[in-house]
Write a protein that binds this ligand. Structure first.
Ligand code: SF4
Length: 323
């Protein structure tokens, strides 16, 4: 069965309830839910709809500036929850969240750890409390931490905000994430090391131990001379002040740096052929695998750690600017 068939009525009702009635609406669907476009369109006949045809990385990625340029007076973001720090979207935006799986189907294989920091990615947040109950019934101590500024709910993590786990990791001897894929879990494993991190995919009922994301070669920071700093204008990824601080710091070390702006970066950034190393202050997960780019790419998190730039708050470099 196709995913998310329950969503169109929710989206249609959310748009219909808006007062005043929106004239033109931009709908932002994740790739896995783009097949819902026709159903949504049928249900909102009489409202002018545009479906965003480019990427949908997360709640950080609302195409609000583009919506304004297209004359839209509402954006509907599907499948993500709003981030706590927002106050600057150019067009009113509503969020229709999407939760996968039912609590009655939840199965958790046994793990030996006695105390667990439990977190979830956005789509599985509704399973946090049922999972806690199952684990506690087995005699485990379970901790749900408060999340950071890139999240909406306690116990939530994104690929750049692991505060819900790191804020309670001292009390735990393992971390469990309800999620799928590696996007959130590999960064979580890095942030929580040396604790073991397990990922439970609730849809499959499979539990696996997660390997931390591979460390980039931070030595490039010292060995190379010419840097490009990637700055995104996505609303949850725009960290221009941070890029400027890193640039100043590099220049104070006698190095050269240019800032390169864009929306979603592709290997075409290699056209800046004078640049020897890229640093991204955009999404830190985009470049976990930089082989496709043919150039070393460091995340701002790694660089901040190495250079002690600014008053970085632990575990979510975005907190530095936004809290
Ligand atoms: S990990 Fe990247 S895509 Fe996910 S919320 Fe953070 S900046 Fe956005």
């Amino acid at each position: 069965m196709k995913e998310g068939l329950e969503l169109p009525p929710k989206i249609i009702s959310a748009v219909r309830k808006r007062k005043p009635k929106p004239k033109r609406v931009l709908v932002h669907l994740p790739a896995g839910l783009a097949h819902l476009a026709m159903r949504i369109s049928d249900g909102l006949a009489g409202t002018e709809l545009l479906f965003w045809g480019e990427g949908c990385y997360g709640a950080c990625d609302i195409p609000h500036v583009q919506a304004r340029a297209l004359g839209c007076d509402l954006v509907v973001s599907v499948g993500h929850s709003p981030m706590r720090h927002w106050n600057r979207l150019a067009v009113p935006t509503i969020f229709v969240e999407y939760f996968k799986g039912r609590s009655e189907d939840l199965r958790i294989p046994e793990i030996s750890s006695g105390s667990i920091a439990l977190v979830a990615s956005n789509q599985f947040l509704h399973l946090l409390k049922p999972a806690k109950k199952i684990l506690e019934a087995r005699g485990k101590e379970v901790f749900l931490g408060k999340s950071g500024v890139m999240c909406s709910y306690d116990g939530q993590v994104t690929g750049c905000d692991f505060v819900a786990a790191t804020s309670v990791k001292r009390k735990a001897n393992a971390v469990m994430i309800l999620g799928e894929g590696d996007f959130h879990s590999s960064g979580l494993a890095e942030a929580c090391a040396p604790l073991p991190v397990y990922q439970l995919d609730p849809a499959q009922g499979e539990l696996k131990k997660v390997e931390p994301v591979k460390r980039k070669k931070i030595s490039f920071l010292y060995a190379k001379e010419r840097f490009g700093i990637l700055v995104s204008f996505k609303p949850g990824q725009e960290h221009l002040a941070l890029a400027e601080a890193i640039k100043r710091k590099l220049e104070s070390m006698g190095k050269k740096a240019v800032m390169i702006a864009g929306d979603a970066f592709t290997p075409s950034v290699r056209n800046f052929s004078d640049v020897q190393v890229l640093i991204t202050v955009a999404c830190p997960r985009m470049f976990d695998d930089d082989e496709a780019y043919g150039i070393p790419i460091l995340s701002a998190e790694e660089v901040l750690r190495a250079l002690s730039v600014g008053e970085r708050k632990k575990d979510s470099f975005y907190s530095q600017k936004n809290s």
